[in-house]
Structure formats: structure tokens, C-alpha cells
Design a protein around this ligand. Structure first.
Ligand code: ADP
Length: 257
């Protein structure tokens, strides 16, 4: 990480358990502003849970998470910590865009109407302005021609690009991607990765859970390998992917490359 760039995301000793099972066992991680971090690791290692904690879709059980200096989900008063109100949490979540494996577009709305939904309903943006911005975003993801199409009329790759435009419409400081291409037919993966690559080139801060090793190698500034709820190793993609230091990383990479 460049010493001059400040951390946009900072996880400090983050813990999460489900029904008594520790899923995150003290994650320490920072993501600098403008940095692209790819999270790699076997299924069940806690990658999705970590993303969901950053977006407050899960409430973590211990440690601290900061986004842009804001302590997430908690406020300190009288020497102890209290949970923030739902309204305050919703405000914090608005800074963060998330793209899921499944695109979850509104089926009865066109691509354009899916993109304007957030800005109009929660962002207080006028419909007219939201439409202009949504048009620009659809152009950015290469879908200007499809603005009036409904999700069922779009391929999986196109739907996922609409989902990316929809997340960007809220002007997030940070974008989280949870295996955004793993539900797609192989021939549609490239178009989604190309949009993500452009976003990275434009300086967006991104945390990406992916099994696309070529993408991680070419686009990530850093890869973080997780296993069993801990960070096993991290570093520049060329180092971690070509020359992993830990046995667990070596085993994982040998299975997927
Ligand atoms: P990954 O993204 O690396 O595949 P996950 O974060 O999805 O890993 O899951 C980590 C572990 O937490 C898994 O064992 C999973 O079964 C468990 N887990 C995730 N979400 C829940 C949940 N809502 N309830 C119970 N267990 C869960």
C-alpha cells in the first residue's frame, strides 16, 4: 500500500460467529483508497461473511470495522459501545456498493428503472436527474442500447452489468463484489470482468471475492488469501499467486489454476 494513501477500509481483529461456530477469527485488514484487493480462498473460509460485515448485512461480534474513518455499526458513549440506530446504519451502507453473485434486479423494471431506483427512493435525487445519470452509467457498462429492456430480456452478463451500474448510481466510496461472475456462463464472464477492470482503472476502491485468478493477477493491487476464518497470507498478486509461502495457499492455488 502506498504510504501516502489513507485506509478506506480498516478491519481490526474482526470476529463473527454463527450459532457458536467461529467464521471470522480475528481479521486484520486495510484497503487503501483507490486500491483493488482480491480475496481468494476455499469455499467456507469466511470471504463472503467478511464482505457482508463491511456492508453491515451481518453484525460482527467483535473487533472494529472502519470505512473512511467511520466506525461501522457502533458509537462510543460514556466509555462503552452502543449499536447505531438503523437509520444511521442505512446512511453508512449507502457509501458502499455491493454486487452479488446473483444480480437480484427488479424483474418488473427496465434496466434504466433498476438503476434509478436507489437514487430516487433513498438518495432524494429527482427522477429527471437520476435518469440522466443512469443513462451515463449504462453507457459506462456498455448497455446504452438496452436501457429499456427488462432483466428477462438481458443475458446474465448484461444483467450483472446493470447490477454494477445500479450500485454505482449511489456514488459509493467503495465497491464490494462477491463472486460476481460465478453464476455466469463462461462466455459471459469476460464482459463483466472488463467493466470491473475499467472501474479499477478509474480509481474505484474495490474488494473482490473471486476465483478468477487471471483477473486477480492482472487487476488487483493486492491479493489476500483466507482460509478457516483467518488471513493466511497477502501480498502483491505476482508474489502470492506465483510464489505462495504457505502450504494452504499452495494447495488452494494448485487446485484452481
Ligand atoms: P466463503 O465466502 O469463503 O465461501 P462464507 O463466508 O460464505 O465463506 O461462509 C463461512 C462459513 O460461515 C461457512 O461455514 C458457512 O456455512 C457459514 N455461514 C455463512 N453464513 C451463515 C449463516 N447465515 N448462518 C450460519 N452459518 C453461516
Amino acid at each position: 500500500m502506498n504510504a501516502e494513501t489513507r485506509p478506506l477500509v480498516e478491519a481490526v481483529n474482526l470476529h463473527k460467529h454463527f450459532h457458536g461456530v467461529d467464521v471470522l477469527k480475528g481479521i486484520d485488514m486495510t484497503v487503501a483508497e483507490g486500491e483493488v484487493v482480491c480475496l481468494l480462498g476455499p469455499s467456507g473460509s469466511g470471504k463472503t461473511t467478511f464482505l457482508r460485515c463491511i456492508n453491515q448485512l451481518e453484525i460482527f461480534d467483535g473487533g472494529r470495522l472502519y470505512v473512511d474513518g467511520d466506525l461501522l455499526g457502533l458509537r462510543e458513549s460514556g466509555g462503552s459501545l452502543h449499536r447505531l440506530s438503523e437509520k444511521h446504519i442505512a446512511q453508512q451502507r449507502r457509501q458502499i456498493g455491493m454486487v452479488f453473485q446473483r444480480f437480484n434486479l427488479f424483474p418488473h423494471k427496465t434496466a434504466l428503472d433498476n438503476v434509478i431506483e436507489g437514487p430516487v427512493q433513498v438518495g432524494g435525487v429527482s427522477k429527471k436527474q437520476a435518469r440522466i445519470e443512469a443513462g451515463e452509467l449504462l453507457e459506462r457498462v456498455g448497455l446504452s442500447e438496452r436501457a429499456d429492456h427488462y432483466p428477462a430480456q438481458l443475458s446474465g452478463g448484461q444483467q450483472q452489468r446493470v447490477a454494477i451500474a445500479r450500485a454505482l448510481a449511489m456514488k459509493p466510496k467503495l465497491m464490494l463484489f462477491d463472486e460476481p461472475t460465478s453464476a455466469l456462463d463462461p462466455e459471459l464472464v469476460g464482459e463483466v470482468l472488463a467493466v470491473m477492470r475499467e472501474l479499477a482503472d478509474d480509481g474505484m476502491t474495490m474488494v473482490v471475492v473471486t476465483h478468477e485468478i487471471a483477473f486477480a493477477r492482472e487487476v488487483a493491487d493486492r491479493v489476500v488469501f483466507m482460509d478457516g476464518g483467518v488471513v493466511v497470507e497477502e501480498g502483491k498478486p505476482a508474489d502470492v499467486i506465483r510464489n505462495p509461502q504457505h502450504e494452504r495457499t499452495k494447495t488452494f492455488l494448485s487446485r484452481i489454476i
